[in-house]
Design a protein around this ligand. Structure first.
Ligand code: AMP
Length: 192
């Protein structure tokens, strides 16, 4: 089973993806994680990626589609893939459809996680504060300023995917508010 977790920054996609990895033997493909790894490479490309990410803008389709293509071609997910933070544009969504087709794979569910904007901003700012208090690395884009850009990118570029997948027939929307187990249960209800 291959699924997409769709939602704005701070919706809880990464948290729920981790739970699915542990419970269902799925493989998480987070383009955010892949890009955070790429930026540490010290290459010119890594530097450009870092600037774009820290601002809160989207990295080019070409780069992220290339990252996902590599992972899909490598295969190896017995329980299927969880796409977390990908696709984020219509071009990425089309490319994912093509890639899955090439691999003879299907897209089984797209789960939209709905969380109101005030809560999103609060969650992201809290995440930074908690990391700081615990002496962990704070994401450079987890601040109120970058969060505004990230939200704008979501509404301008990513939210059209809700209609896109509705029209394709595989969209389910859930309430992303509440505690982690409540949200987990809502996702389980959809995936069975
Ligand atoms: P995330 O960890 O999903 O919140 O992603 C962090 C940042 O990485 C985003 O704000 C973007 O700058 C970049 N990014 C992650 N995934 C994508 C994607 N699919 N397309 C473009 N940029 C992305």
């Amino acid at each position: 089973m291959n699924i997409i977790l769709l939602g704005p920054p701070g919706a809880g996609k990464g948290t729920q993806a981790q739970i699915l990895v542990e419970g269902r033997n799925m493989v998480q493909l987070s383009t955010g994680d892949m890009l955070r790894e790429a930026r540490t490479s010290g290459t010119e490309m890594g530097k450009i990626v870092a600037d774009v990410m820290d601002r809160g803008d989207l990295v080019t389709d070409e780069i992220v589609i290339g990252l996902i293509r590599e992972k899909l071609e490598a295969g190896g997910a017995s329980g299927g893939f969880i796409f977390d933070g990908f696709p984020r544009t219509l071009a990425q969504a089309d490319a994912l459809g093509e890639l899955l087709k090439e691999e003879g794979q299907s897209l089984d569910a797209v789960i939209e996680m709905r969380v109101d904007d005030d809560t999103l901003v609060r969650r992201v700012v809290n995440r930074a504060e908690e990391a700081k208090a615990a002496g962990q690395a704070v994401r450079a884009d987890d601040n109120a300023e970058s969060m505004k850009t990230r939200l704008m990118a979501y509404y301008k570029q990513t939210s059209p995917l809700i209609g896109y997948y509705y029209a394709k027939g595989n969209l389910s929307s859930i309430d992303g508010l509440g505690d982690i187990d409540e949200v987990k249960a809502r996702i389980s209800e959809i995936l069975g």
